[in-house]
Design a protein around this ligand. Structure first.
Ligand SMILES: NC(=O)c1ccc[n+]([C@@H]2O[C@H](COP(=O)([O-])OP(=O)(O)OC[C@H]3O[C@@H](n4cnc5c(N)ncnc54)[C@H](OP(=O)(O)O)[C@@H]3O)[C@@H](O)[C@H]2O)c1
Length: 271
């Protein structure tokens, strides 16, 4: 049996990629298709999903189901569960997220609620609904996207960073709860990644520190390789190194201030 067969029998025959139309989610979709999994692609932009789904069907001869759903809306995750009730889902990748950048008080409270709804409520609900189905089968995988910002308070994205800490903690707790029951859980903590959403924020390179920027494919590849091997992963050796320094060598106070300086250098006019 090849590693690809192993992957498909553990996490197939279908995977759900929530937030699949762009960036890291589209990279996950392509790499899962290459491993022979059928895909449920979820996002709001139906045209992009249709384009991606058509390409993956042609390139990899897999089955695709596209679901145009707003996952920030309370009932969104339940709609996805209902619309896939006839499929055997072996893997959930929750990748969708919303990130406000700028001073906490300059954003509306509604926008902060939307960030919490999409980044916390939705992955928790989907992990619950799909995790229960996986428990009944005795196998599967759940991958939640987190971020380097999960490890300490991060100025200018304070609420976003807190939502990513939630995902890291949720995935790590579930990793231990579920590992004896055949289900692998992973939190993937990415650093800056060259996605359309990241580039649209127009980050500037800070002069005093180099911020490594990874490609979406690299992030997805590392995450899928780590699933089943550990509870959480920081992608990229430079990110692992800087995170190690921040967490083990600096006081929490200094680490947070360094994050603040970096964020201000990248996004100063937004503050
Ligand atoms: N890029 C980075 O530098 C970076 C760094 C650390 C962590 N991450 C994490 O990695 C993940 C992906 O980041 P990315 O940069 O690839 O993000 P992105 O380009 O904004 O992609 C997010 C995906 O989620 C979908 N989405 C957004 N809002 C949605 C909603 N309300 N309902 C359903 N789908 C929704 C988007 O599609 P539609 O717009 O079509 O709905 C898109 O497919 C996120 O969890 C992010 O926190 C990214």
């Amino acid at each position: 049996m090849t590693r690809q067969d192993d992957f498909r029998s553990k996490y197939g025959p279908w995977a759900v990629v929530a937030g699949a139309s762009d960036g890291i989610g589209a990279a996950f979709a392509r790499q899962l298709a290459a491993r022979g999994l059928n895909l449920v692609l979820v996002a709001r932009r139906g045209e992009r999903l249709a384009e991606l789904g058509a390409r993956l069907t042609t390139d990899y001869r897999i089955q695709i189901r596209n679901l145009v759903v707003d996952l920030a809306y309370d009932g969104g995750p339940v709609v996805v569960a209902e619309q896939t009730g006839d499929l055997e889902i072996g893997l959930l990748v929750f990748n969708a997220a919303f990130s406000l950048i700028g001073s906490f008080f300059e954003q509306s409270l509604e926008a902060h609620y939307r960030e919490v709804a999409l980044n916390c409520r939705a992955p928790m609900t989907m992990a619950y609904l799909f995790g229960k189905r996986m428990l009944a089968r005795g196998r599967g995988g759940i991958l939640l996207m987190s971020s380097l910002s999960a490890f300490q308070g991060t100025p200018l994205v304070s609420n976003y960073a807190a939502t990513k800490a939630y995902n890291l903690s949720l995935a790590e707790g579930l990793w231990d709860e579920l590992r004896a029951r055949g289900i692998d859980v992973l939190a993937c903590c990415a650093g800056a990644t060259e996605t359309p959403a990241f580039l649209a924020t127009k980050p500037r390179s800070p002069r005093f520190i180099s911020v490594p920027v990874m490609k979406p494919d690299e992030v997805a590849r590392e995450a899928l390789a780590a699933l089943g091997r550990k509870p959480s992963l920081i992608t990229g050796w430079q990110n692992r190194f800087s995170s190690f320094l921040m967490r083990r060598m600096l006081s929490r106070r200094i680490a947070i201030r360094l994050m603040g300086q970096t964020m201000r250098a990248m996004y100063a006019p937004l503050e």
